[in-house]
Design a binder for this molecule. Structure first.
Ligand code: MN
Length: 388
């Protein structure tokens, strides 16, 4: 007897967030949930890009594990290209239902559950600080839901070129129900309630009830639930209740960092624009003068360039901020802006501390890229765990 699926997939922004950073794939036999993280819009970009890449590579013939690794590579490549998206990442919990077997790929703290004969079994491990504490027996799953560090994930897609992605398979039978969900559900709704809402309901009603329960509990995070009923094939059930694929679009290019530092105007004798303060090779735009008037212009321009250079040195030595380089926290000296291709800052101190491990409050401090004194920046670095 062959098995078929019928499914329902829902995602909701919740009641507290301004954006929905969750994405999902509902394209039988492939299903997935991705929960993105990162400053500005980067979390949305990361989860949508991961979901799109997973679906595209699976459709092109990759196995689920290869497709998941391709999704990692795609998110990592994009994060490496754009400063404002550096350090972004996403969870990914995916299943391919292949008749009597489900093949899973999983990284992060989204979850897959199996409901069978009225019992709910968690199939995935949370790659998070509290997840590790639960596995070590130091916390119950209920206690983990209220732990202050429950948002800290230890492994996600997209922050490194190579990641370890859990792969496993599970036998499936007619009557089983699979649930893929983001932590916006499991952080709000206890497992007993999840089991009760899943049991005996059609996928569409179950998905609606689960999301509604998370909203009723406060809806603090984006909520996503993909419910997949496994049924005997000879029932000739209709196809899924949702459009075949629903993937949030990748945000349009956000553009470069604001170029709010305008170079001072250097207008004399049309000698060309002055280079920004931090460009040491500014002098090379000038050609050899052939007249006294040209010589005067050159002297004026060189004096202004020297002045800008001094101003640049003062700025670089008094202004600091904490930012992200290749997914890891770093202290920069200078201003957190760029003028065209020229950065007005350089790395002062690197750390091995991944941005992805910060909690939300800490991320807000880093995302703000606020300009501080050297002492202030070092204090923040210490608070973020970048220094011993
Ligand atoms: Mn979440």
């Amino acid at each position: 007897m062959s098995l078929v699926t019928r499914h329902a997939a829902l995602t909701d922004i919740g009641l507290q967030r301004r954006t929905n950073e969750d994405s999902l794939v509902a394209a039988p036999p492939l299903f997935a949930v991705c929960d993105g993280m990162g400053g500005a819009e980067a979390g949305e970009v990361a989860s949508a890009l991961a979901a799109e890449t997973l679906a595209a590579r699976f459709a092109a013939g990759d196995g689920i594990a290869a497709a998941a690794h391709a999704a990692n590579a795609a998110v990592f490549a994009r994060a490496s290209e754009r400063r404002e998206e550096s350090g972004m990442g996403t969870t990914l919990t995916a299943v391919v239902v292949d008749d009597e077997e489900g093949h899973f790929a999983h990284i992060g703290d989204s979850r897959a559950y199996l409901l069978r004969d009225g019992g709910l079994e968690l199939l995935t491990e949370d790659h998070s600080l509290v997840g590790e504490m639960v596995r070590e027996g130091r916390l119950s799953r209920e206690e983990a839901m209220a732990h202050p560090h429950r948002n800290i994930v230890s492994r996600v897609l997209g922050t490194e070129g190579q990641v370890e992605i859990d792969e496993f398979s599970a036998d499936l039978r007619a009557g089983d129900v699979l649930l893929l969900c983001s932590d916006g559900l499991t952080g709000e709704v206890g497992e007993d309630a999840v089991r009760d809402l899943l049991a005996g309901a059609e996928p569409e009603a179950a998905a609606r009830a689960l999301v509604d329960a998370a909203l009723a509990a406060g809806g603090h995070d984006n909520v996503t639930a993909v419910v997949i009923g496994i049924e005997a094939g000879d029932d000739a059930v209709p196809a899924g209740l949702e459009p075949a694929t629903r993937i949030l679009p990748v945000a349009a290019d956000a553009g470069e960092a604001p170029t709010t530092v305008a170079p001072a105007a250097v207008g004399s004798a049309g000698a060309g624009p002055a280079a920004p303060a931090a460009a040491p090779e500014a002098g090379r735009v000038f050609t050899r003068p052939r007249s006294p008037r040209g010589l005067l212009a050159l002297v004026i321009v060189l004096a202004l360039v020297a002045l800008l250079g001094v101003a640049g040195v003062v700025v670089v030595n008094t202004c600091y901020f904490v930012g992200v380089q290749d997914g890891q926290l770093a202290v920069y000296s200078g201003l957190p802006w760029s003028v065209g291709p020229v950065d007005l800052h350089s790395v002062y101190l690197r750390s091995g501390q991944p941005y992805a491990l910060l909690d939300e409050q800490q991320r807000a401090l880093v995302d703000g890229r606020g300009v501080r004194t050297k002492d202030g920046a070092m204090r923040l670095a210490r608070d973020l765990g970048m220094l011993p």
